[in-house]
Unconditional design. Sequence first.
Length: 309
Amino acid sequence: MKTVIIDNPLSLEHNTPPGHPEHIGRYEAVKTALGALEGVDWKPAIAGTREQIERFHPTEYFDWMLTANEAAQTGLVSLDPDTHISQRSMEAGMMSVGGACEAVDLAIAGESEAAFLLARPPGHHAEPIRAMGFCLFNTIALAASYALKEYRIERVAIIDIDVHHGNGTQCLAEKDDRVFFASLHQSPLYPGTGNADETGLNGNVLNIPLDEGTQGAEWREAFEREIIPALEKFKPEMVFVSAGFDAHKDDPVGGLCLSEDDFAWAATQLAGIAKQFASSRLVSVLEGGYECAALGRSARAFVEALSKG
């Protein structure tokens, strides 16, 4: 697949407290790893707009974030015990949203097939009116909403491979049956959502909770047994991926035992779905991954597999 990496350099301007797992080094590790890839294009992210953000987050949330951003000009502000905003965090988050929407534009125009947004902070835990889990704006939900609104795409699929359930993204699918959302995640684990009986509107939500210690072969089997047939049935016109790599066996925040080869395999499977049903239109967004060496290797394996898919 013709692949583009969309880079948000303002990721370096989002600061967190010392010792926080979601830190600048994550972005640097992924950028270094992806920089070694051949045959992919790079583009800078563009700033997102209030209009784009308010397709998922209501006006009052955006205004609340503006107030927090103003307070952060004199120091870090805690939005919850895990989630913080610094002087340029809101700007960084808005550029991530703009970059994800830019990826949609490129895919629709045929200028790319697969796109990977290199950005932080992550987004999939952010609910419409709640920042949480390191996340400020739900980038993947906003990109999918943008595709539905601007291009009148009729069916989009969002697949979340992070070790944590994408509770914020599920909020979108629970209100819109044009969205299919699937998540493989460790359970029990933060944020405590994503039970198998959470099925959305007409079965458009598929949660696959996995036990701590699940190995790559079991993870692949669940993906192949449940997610692939569901995608084939739904026939998405565009595929979105919450590309979290904290299910890696070396990651300190979860307990799944995947390797970078498993993430490459998943990329190949999703590229195949995008080719079959979505005119090869696939947009992926970096989510979690907190052991920098493993994160870099996993992101590189994932993007390289997309480029060869």
